[in-house]
Design a binder for this molecule. Structure first.
Ligand code: C2O
Ligand code: CU
Length: 497
């Protein structure tokens, strides 16, 4: 295939200097902070992992406002966050079948929106680019929770402001629980053996503030904390991992190479736990994993790491070589720490074994689809990536779907880089990857998928329940810079298609 030359090709071609990198795990502040959910002192050089407070609903009040966080070298930086957090807002817990409502108030000096990522709801409640919340205004969506138990999230999604507002810190988890999940006996005590873990990185400008225009950060943040440490009991521990990066991918594992189990994807639990040693997570994707600390000595520690060394530079976001101010970062092309896990005493409700089967996903397969369409990822030299030769327009409807139809969408990547394709409204089943078999840990409900250059990925989804002739849903790349630069389209779900 004959690729046009892009800025990224030029960058890769020019890469002749070996990487000079600072260690991501030794550059944060030294601290003995004792605030946070784990009351014990954290180990010298580490900061306690922030566990966002849990709001249980069914009504949620959220306020997005200016805030500040203490990050590099103990310096305060300006952030924006929900409900007075430093960088990552409260976790909203919902139950399948609940009717929930929210008041979302914008205390910023500019427009924003709050999108419920992965949630199946009416388009006008979705919080995409059309549901603008003006400065000082309050938006009041409500919906009935139809999603399965899994890990979802909320974040700003205003047109051309997503990249900046996410980089400034705004976002939060949504945990949906249901009876099936509750009956399984998985670790489920929030903040104790059921740990929300959002991974991002940040870069700082010469003024010491977060450089919101950077694509890759130089310093890893776990739940908004640099050099984070979790005190975790010596038993099965579940992590709800979210990659909320602008563009970087993570290949997650543990420093002693221990295996762990993937139990859930973006929109639900798997049929059965899938054992892995490494796990690729692209921006927007969530995986729930369980790791067994049962044989670890109290007082010992392990590290969760990302193994980003030696990845394919054309395909792996965060493997670009150094030397370009736009794409380089101190974390690129390296293995780096995500979280130090220090083992503490078992809890009285310790989970020691995993069930061999979880739920019945009932995933769609290719034969279920009665309609198909192809979305082509392309671009031109010097221009951004986009879909089907068109930069996003808020005024153009790109696809029309008939309510109740089960469709196969073929995503064809014809251009030079990988992407994180995300669609609103539905959870889908990945039924085919042209690059090889769909791995077992991807055989669960998903709303975001990674796609490498020249790959064709097909998913099947049913567009059920919510129709509107007026309010579109989005599909886009979840790399926020690509989204803001126009790699987004909109679809209407209507009763007549
Ligand atoms: Cu997480 Cu359209 O977004
Ligand atoms: Cu992209």
């Amino acid at each position: 295939m004959n690729h046009p030359v892009t800025r990224r090709d030029l960058l890769i071609a020019a890469a002749i200097t070996p990487l000079i990198v600072a260690c991501g795990s030794d550059s944060g502040q030294a601290s003995t902070t004792t605030t946070g959910p784990s009351r014990a002192r954290s180990t010298a050089g580490f900061n306690p992992l922030w566990i966002p407070p849990l709001l249980t609903g069914p009504h949620f009040d959220l306020e997005l406002a200016a805030s500040s966080a203490t990050l590099l070298d103990g310096k305060k930086v300006d952030t924006i966050a929900y409900n007075g957090a430093a960088m990552w807002g409260p976790t909203l817990e919902m139950h399948t079948g609940d009717t929930v409502s929210a008041n979302v108030t914008n205390k910023l000096g500019e427009d924003t929106t709050t999108h419920w990522h992965g949630i199946h709801l009416p388009a006008e409640m979705d919080g995409g680019p059309h549901q603008v919340i003006k400065p000082g205004a309050t938006w009041k969506p409500n919906w009935t929770v139809k999603n399965r138990a899994a890990t979802y999230w909320y974040h700003p999604h205003a047109h051309k402001l997503t990249w900046k507002q996410m980089n400034q810190g705004a976002g939060g988890f949504i945990i949906i629980r249901d009876d099936k999940e509750a009956a399984l006996g998985l670790p489920h005590t929030y903040g104790v053996d059921d740990i929300p873990l959002v991974l991002t990185s940040r870069a700082f400008g010469t003024d010491g503030q977060i450089d919101t225009g950077r694509i890759y950060g130089d310093y890893l943040l776990a739940n908004g904390v640099m050099n984070a440490e979790l005190k975790a009991p010596a038993q099965m521990v579940r992590f709800r991992i979210l990659n909320a990066e602008i563009e970087r991918a993570y290949t997650i594992g543990f420093d002693d190479d221990r295996k762990f189990w993937v139990v859930g994807t973006d929109g639900g639990l798997l049929d059965a736990p899938v054992e892995r040693q490494r796990l690729l997570v692209f921006p927007g994707e969530r995986y729930e994993i369980v790791v067994d600390l049962g044989a670890d000595t109290v007082g010992s520690s392990i590290r969760m790491r990302s193994y980003n060394t030696g990845q394919n530079q054309r395909a792996y976001p965060g493997s670009e070589p150094d030397g370009n101010p736009q794409f380089s970062s101190k974390l690129n092309n390296r293995d780096f720490d995500l979280l130090r896990i220090s083992v503490t005493d078992r809890t009285s409700k310790a989970v020691n074994t995993l069930p061999t089967t979880l739920v019945s996903t009932g995933l769609w397969n290719a034969a279920d689809a009665t309609q198909e369409r192809t979305i082509t990822i392309n671009g031109t030299p010097g221009n951004p990536f986009y879909f089907d030769s068109s930069v996003y327009s808020m005024d153009r409807i790109d696809q029309r779907v008939k309510l109740g139809t089960t469709e196969a969408w073929h995503i064809q990547n014809t251009f030079v880089f990988s992407h994180a394709f995300h669609i609103h409204d539905v959870q889908f089943a990945i039924v085919e990857r042209s690059t090889g078999p769909v791995p077992d840990h991807e055989k669960g409900w998903k709303d975001t998928l990674h796609i490498v250059p020249n790959e064709l990925v097909t998913f099947v989804a049913k567009f059920d329940d919510y129709a509107s002739d007026e309010h579109p849903f989005m599909y886009h790349c979840h790399m926020a810079n690509h989204e803001d630069e126009g790699m987004m389209g909109q679809f209407l779900v209507t009763t007549d298609g």
